[in-house]
Design a protein around this ligand. Structure first.
Ligand SMILES: [Zn+2]
Length: 118
């Protein structure tokens, strides 16, 4: 079984390659729905990997070339044969900055979860 670390490394590399190529279509069957367009100079690194009931959850931290702020992305991974597949991708809620709270109450945009589907 491929480790989550290995899978994410492969995913980052492939995604960069796919983003540079107009001919290649993302292999949804093999890698799941987690395709994001990345540009040369964008950075994304794995911050935490946690086991969850459905497989594993990976939280990354990204910084796009022309932005100062970093933000987090959460990938839900499901086991697929000897590897993994990305079942779901969510970004940190930009309204509450991932806290789930607005002033003293629940953030209405992400319903208090701090995450929004990509
Ligand atoms: Zn929110």
């Amino acid at each position: 079984m491929k480790s989550v670390v290995e899978f994410m490394k492969e995913y980052f590399e492939l995604r960069a390659e796919w983003s540079r190529s107009a001919e290649k279509a993302w292999d949804v069957e093999r890698y799941g729905t987690g395709y994001r367009v990345v540009a040369e100079g964008d950075e994304e690194e794995v911050v935490v990997i946690e086991p969850v009931e459905s497989g594993a959850q990976v939280i990354t931290s990204s910084r796009l070339k022309n932005h100062d702020r970093r933000w987090r992305t959460r990938y839900q991974l499901a086991p697929a044969e000897e590897s993994w597949q990305i079942a779901r991708v969510e970004n940190e809620c930009s309204i509450c900055e991932g806290t789930g709270k607005m002033n003293a109450s629940e953030c209405e945009v992400c319903k208090g979860t701090g995450w929004r589907p990509l």
